[in-house]
Design a protein around this ligand. Structure first.
Ligand SMILES: NC(=O)c1ccc[n+]([C@@H]2O[C@H](COP(=O)([O-])OP(=O)(O)OC[C@H]3O[C@@H](n4cnc5c(N)ncnc54)[C@H](O)[C@@H]3O)[C@@H](O)[C@H]2O)c1
Length: 254
């Protein structure tokens, strides 16, 4: 990590924090002094990640819940914020491609109602649900939200059209929340391109990812730490930025 901030006394909730980019955000914020609620699906992966981090001396705890459920998400955010006596930063990282095989944009029959509903719920509505539940706490602390889009939300080309559309929705949701929660709460997003296999549990074909990432100006996929440090900047700095989606993409869009 190349940038640092004094987050002592700050309270952060990270969705999707049990692994991948989210775990990198948890580590980065905790290493800079924040208490961190690790919001993810309940299970051994969440427990193991929290135990390992607590064992390293970080002030983290598990906030289990399924972001596809509005009531459960509300309870998860509220319980975590009450435990921390408030909330300064909400970093929405959780997401999922939903389909393991790539569905081309021309294959409309494969884009079922179920696929659309699941992709929108886990990748787009999840971020709205947490924002809605956290808004009162963030207004009180004059805090910040960071969402996670994808370069496929910018120009298409993700694992499926529903996934890309959900990520495009994140870019618009980020603008809408910035307008709706300002001036008290700043809302920005990061837009990743390729993620190094050590930094993700996404079920992708890694030979293709490396071959594609080699063509980027920076020639490689990004690490969780590299995505996390932009989240740190957007929360702890960036005081005159809101509504923006930052392309953290190795030059994909250059
Ligand atoms: N990996 C990539 O190539 C890539 C590229 C662009 C954007 N992204 C986006 O970056 C974000 C992080 O991706 P990653 O590579 O770290 O993925 P990951 O699979 O490693 O981590 C995602 C986390 O979200 C959690 N999660 C999934 N569904 C959930 C639910 N319903 N409720 C609670 N938690 C849930 C998972 O358990 C997991 O810990 C996602 O939003 C993803 O869409 C990833």
């Amino acid at each position: 990590m190349t940038i640092h901030a004094d987050l002592r006394g700050k309270r952060t909730l990270v969705t999707g924090g049990a692994g991948g980019i989210g775990l990198g955000v948890v580590q980065t914020f905790a290493a800079n002094g924040s208490t961190v609620a690790v919001a993810d699906l309940p299970g051994p992966r969440l427990d193991a990640s929290c135990s390992a981090l607590a064992g390293e001396g970080f002030d983290v705890f598990a906030a289990p819940g399924d972001l596809r459920d509005g009531d459960e998400t509300h309870r998860m955010v509220r319980d975590a914020a009450e435990r921390m006596d408030g909330l300064d930063y909400l970093v929405n990282v959780a997401g999922h491609p939903v389909t393991l095989e790539i569905i081309g944009p021309g294959d409309l029959d494969a884009q079922t109602e179920e696929l659309w509903a699941e992709a929108l719920s886990v990748n787009l509505l999840s971020a709205f649900r947490t924002a809605r539940a956290a808004a009162g706490y963030l207004r009180a602390s004059k805090g910040a939200i960071v969402n996670t889009a994808s370069m496929s939300g910018w120009r298409g080309g993700g694992t499926s059209t529903p996934y890309s559309v959900a990520k495009g929705g994140i870019i618009t949701l980020t603008r809408e929340l910035a307008r709706g929660l300002g001036p008290d709460v700043r809302v920005n997003a990061i837009s990743p391109s390729y993620v190094h296999p050590d930094s993700t549990n996404f079920p992708l074909k890694w030979d293709t990812v490396f071959a594609d990432a080699e063509k980027l100006p920076l020639g490689r996929p990004g690490t969780a730490a590299e995505y996390a440090e932009v989240c740190l900047f957007l929360c702890a700095g960036a005081s005159y930025m809101t509504g923006q989606t930052i392309h953290v993409d190795g030059g994909w869009d250059a």
